[in-house]
Every structure is written in structure tokens, then in C-alpha cells.
Write a protein that binds this ligand. Structure first.
Ligand SMILES: [Zn+2]
Length: 195
């Protein structure tokens, strides 16, 4: 199980092994356990991240429930669970692509800071956001009442574009962590929510 946490520490600090880590959860989050015991530190694992002009391995701390033995890991909010590219890259590049309406050009421009980014990545991110529309709308309704009106937009492509424009007023890292806290899922997770 993964959780996201906000941190004031820059990604550079994590790449140098100086990142900060949150306190251990005070209650086990696992189904069928939920014991009110503080989880124990349980080592680290390495995770590769790619941010604008910056990439490498960072250490992610793991915690273990002393009762059920299951683990929890805590990701800093500049990471998106399941993706190597960071939160600001994914939100930034998809927003730019929607605005420009030219995938090739967006990839070329971003490619100056992200050597390996391809059109395939970008198309994949865009289609994931479109498919996740219902989950995303559900989450942002909780985060920002001003964004509830997005729900009225017809057309998933138009919705994704409006969503990305509107989220400019939200800090991407805070949005990432907040969204995960509310829905228990990443904004990029594969999720089919039935209406
Ligand atoms: Zn447990």
C-alpha cells in the first residue's frame, strides 16, 4: 500500500539521499487490521524518478504493521504512483499539449529538459486523464468547490482540457497528495468508475 505526503524538501535533496520522511502512521491502514498501533520503520527501497532536468534514484521509506505484518510505503508528492515521470511533468506536459493542440511540438519543447519523453508517453497520459474523468471530477469536487462546474462539460477531451487549465490555480504537488488522500487513488491510476 502506498501513501503520498507533502514535503518542503526539494527533489534534489532526495536524489542526494537527504530527503525527509514522515512519521510512521499511528494506525494500520490495511483492511481487516486497522489496529491503532504505530507502524515500525521497515527499511527503504529505491525508486527511479524523472523530473524536468533531473533524474535518478531516490529512497522510499517503508513501514510495517507489527500486528498483521503488512507494509506501507510513503511517496513524496512529486512522485506519481506507478509512473517514473513526476507530478509536475505529467500535469505540465498534458496541459501544454491541450493548449497548443500539437503533440509533436509539445514533446519537442519538453524534450529539451526530458531526454526520453516521447509522443507515446504524452498520448498515454492524455488518454488516462480522459478515461479517469469521473474519478478526477469526484476528487476535485472535494478539493475545490469552484471546480464542481466542470462536471457539466460534455465531451471527455474538452473536459480534460478544462480540468488541466483550471488546475493551474492548484499547486500540482498539493493536488496530487490531496487527491490521493481523498480518493485513496492516484489521479493517474487505472480506474473505471461506474456512474
Ligand atoms: Zn496491520
Amino acid at each position: 500500500m502506498q501513501f503520498l505526503y507533502s514535503t518542503n524538501e526539494k527533489p534534489e535533496a532526495y536524489l542526494e539521499g537527504k530527503g525527509n520522511y514522515p512519521d510512521a502512521p499511528k494506525r494500520c491502514p490495511h483492511k481487516g487490521c486497522h489496529m491503532p498501533v504505530r507502524l515500525k520503520k521497515h527499511g527503504f527501497y529505491k525508486r527511479y524518478i524523472i523530473l524536468k532536468g533531473l533524474e535518478g534514484y531516490i529512497r522510499i521509506r517503508r513501514y510495517r504493521c507489527p500486528v498483521c505484518g503488512r507494509t506501507v510505503s510513503m511517496l513524496p508528492a512529486f512522485c506519481v504512483p506507478g509512473f517514473q515521470y513526476g507530478t509536475e511533468v505529467i500535469i505540465g506536459i498534458t496541459r501544454e499539449a491541450c493548449r497548443q493542440g500539437n503533440i509533436r511540438r509539445t514533446v519537442r519543447e519538453w524534450g529539451q529538459h526530458l531526454r526520453q519523453i516521447t509522443r507515446r508517453h504524452l498520448l498515454y497520459y492524455l488518454s488516462r486523464l480522459q478515461r479517469n474523468r469521473r474519478l478526477l471530477q469526484f476528487g476535485i469536487n472535494e478539493i475545490s468547490p469552484a471546480l464542481i462546474r466542470l462536471g457539466a462539460i460534455t465531451g471527455d477531451k474538452k473536459w480534460t482540457q478544462s480540468f488541466l487549465e483550471e488546475t493551474r490555480c492548484l499547486n500540482p504537488l498539493q493536488f496530487n497528495a490531496e487527491f490521493h488522500r481523498i480518493t485513496g487513488k492516484s489521479f493517474m491510476s487505472l480506474y473505471n468508475m461506474v456512474a
